[in-house]
Write a protein that binds this ligand. Structure first.
Ligand SMILES: Nc1ncnc2c1ncn2[C@@H]1O[C@H](COP(=O)(O)OP(=O)(O)O)[C@@H](O)[C@H]1O
Ligand SMILES: [Mg+2]
Length: 562
């Protein structure tokens, strides 16, 4: 069966190669013949070796520069990806697979328009220009005749370029889809295996691969055909040239030598154009890729994650105030998530948010982290608009522990130390201190490799409770003024919940904290409990006060609203 596949591949490449060989060979023969005639009169054989040496150096320098360019484009693109606002990543077009594929393919595709290719194209265009000027000097009649053919040549190569462009952009989209499937299935391999969806994803992957394959076969034929057409113009030109040349010769208007020289110059130029045309698909792809990359690099993120512009607050207290905030997720403009949301949290206050699923609790947390900005109204941090603050500084003041903690594929020590990037070297004592406060130190010590134990990809080598406590240690080591807990204990069994809860209670001391809790038992001691319903606070107060109201909170406590 490999043979069958091979023949198809050979066929498609043959179509292209074949036409180019047929198109180019007579030219080179004539050129060689002409070159021989020329050499026998001037005899410049000795220069050839020197020429090759220069060529080698030229290729080397061009290659180096294009490799460096690819590297630079890649790192710039990655940097730009990291800078985009969170809403950018909500767009399905910008999911992991698509972005990774783009990063991998586009930067290297640009090579097609750089380095040696650019050099060659410059050379070729220069050759054409020089060729035409010289040809005019030998015989203007013949040259004019040839120039008449130039529009056809241009149309031919334009057609070719146009066809290749259409294919190139379609290809890109398809490969992004392929990337999506790969990343999604590998990232979620446990779920895929558990649902026994291996075959489904395999078939989906293959079907995606099939489309670019089919289109590339089609392209090979179309490309071969248009290439042949574009080049056939050259033969008609030659025929006309010989006819007129013979006529002029009989009329004694030009000498035989002039015809030959004119022909040589023109062929020299024409061959250069042919060369340029034959490298145009790569070139088009490259130009397309470059366009996309620069478009992306020039994209100004609505909110620049890496920005250090704006103010720091010198004696930051951790006071928060939502001042009539309306919020809509940019990718779902039809539903208003928060409506005229008002909430004031004093420095050091422990606030709990409760409410049915989908009532907007996590959204409030995301606004506090400034993953999104309010559409209407303001979020004030120590009485300053959050949008005027230095984002990097502000985020460093916040610790967050969510339901599904994400650990990186590195040691426990590094995972904890990642919480604090104000310094490069976090002393071991501080890490241990944070671990102790998070109730995880004893566990870590019992591990054979202690703090150097690897957490595995996404922390898969630890249990939920252990991961959660490491995440708490990571939040604590930055000594944040504001702590956010988004259902931090919801995924845990009651035994683990107790241990994690202890760690949380300890962490909340002397800090502003906002806790989202599923089980009301965990937030009974909060200074203020806010009940959210459809993006609005419907009641707030202490546990006792709210119970006495016999309303939303009471219903929640009885489990009726769930
Ligand atoms: N990234 C997002 N893009 C669009 N809609 C979202 C996004 N995140 C949450 N939502 C929607 O916002 C509403 C509130 O969600 P959320 O704040 O997560 O609720 P809760 O945490 O209270 O369960 C839900 O209807 C949810 O579908
Ligand atoms: Mg939530």
């Amino acid at each position: 069966s490999i043979g069958v596949h091979q023949t198809e591949e050979i066929q498609s490449s043959f179509t292209r190669e074949h036409s180019s060989i047929i198109a180019n060979s007579p030219l080179s023969i004539i050129n060689t013949l002409y070159g021989k005639v020329n050499n026998s009169t001037t005899g410049e054989d000795a220069n050839i070796e020197e020429d090759i040496e220069i060529k080698k150096k030229k290729i080397f320098l061009f290659a180096c520069s294009s490799e460096a360019l690819t590297k630079r484009l890649r790192s710039k693109t990655f940097h730009a990806i990291l800078r985009q606002e969170i809403a950018y990543f909500d767009d399905p077009n910008n999911n992991t697979g698509a972005l990774c594929t783009r990063l991998a393919t586009e930067a290297s595709a640009v090579q097609g328009a750089t380095g040696i290719r650019i050099g060659l194209m410059l050379k070729n265009f220069a050759s054409l220009g020089v060729g035409i000027i010289l040809a005019f000097m030998f015989s203007w009649q013949l040259t004019l005749l040839i120039l008449g053919f130039i529009p056809f040549l241009v149309v031919g190569s334009f057609l070719e370029r146009y066809l290749a462009t259409g294919f190139a952009s379609k290809d890109k989209k398809l490969f992004e889809d392929v990337g999506k499937v790969t990343v999604e299935s590998i990232q979620n391999i446990r779920t895929v295996v558990q649902l026994t969806k291996e075959d489904y994803f395999y078939k989906k992957y293959c079907s995606f691969l099939e489309i670019p394959y089919r289109s590339s076969i089609k392209r090979a034929y179309v490309f071969g055909l248009s290439f042949a057409l574009a080049n056939s113009v050259l033969y008609f030109m030659l025929a006309a040239l010989f006819r007129l040349g013979a006529y002029l010769l009989i009329k004694n208007t030009v000498s035989f030598k002039d015809i030959l020289s004119c022909l040589g110059c023109i062929l020299f130029g024409a061959q250069s154009v042919g060369h340029t045309v034959s490298t145009s698909p790569d070139y088009t792809k490259a130009v397309n890729a470059a366009e996309k990359i620069f478009e992306f690099l020039n994209r100004k993120p609505i909110m620049d994650n890496s920005s250090r512009d704006g103010d720091d607050i010198p004696n930051f207290n951790g006071q928060l105030e939502f001042n009539g905030v309306d919020f809509i997720y940019p990718n779902r403009p039809e539903s208003i998530i928060l409506r005229n949301f008002k909430l004031k949290i004093q420095a050091g206050q422990q606030v709990a948010l409760v409410g049915t699923s989908g009532s907007g609790k996590s959204t409030v947390i995301q606004l506090i982290e400034r993953f999104y900005d309010a559409n209407i109204g303001q979020l004030l941090i120590d009485s300053k608009d959050i949008r005027n603050l230095n984002l990097q500084w502000y985020r460093s003041q916040i610790g967050i522990v969510s339901q599904e903690p994400v650990l990186f594929d590195m040691s426990i020590r590094e995972n904890i130390a990642y919480g604090n990037n104000s310094r490069n070297d976090i002393p071991m004592e501080e890490i241990i201190e944070a671990a102790k406060n998070a109730n995880i130190h004893d566990f870590i010590q019992k591990l054979p490799q202690g703090y150097e134990t690897n957490c595995g990809t996404k922390g898969t080598q630890l249990s939920g409770g252990e991961k959660q406590r490491i995440a708490i240690a990571r939040a604590l080591i930055r000594n944040p003024k504001i702590l956010l807990f988004d259902e931090a204990t919801s995924a845990l069994d009651s035994e683990n919940e107790k241990i994690v809860q202890q760690a949380l209670d300890h962490a909340k001391k002397n800090r502003t904290s906002i806790t989202i809790a599923h089980r009301l038992s965990t937030i009974q001691n909060a200074d203020m409990i806010c009940v959210l319903h459809n993006g609005d606070i419907v009641e707030s107060g202490t546990h006792q006060e709210l119970l006495a109201l016999h309303s939303h909170y009471y219903q929640l406590a009885l489990g009726k609203l769930r």
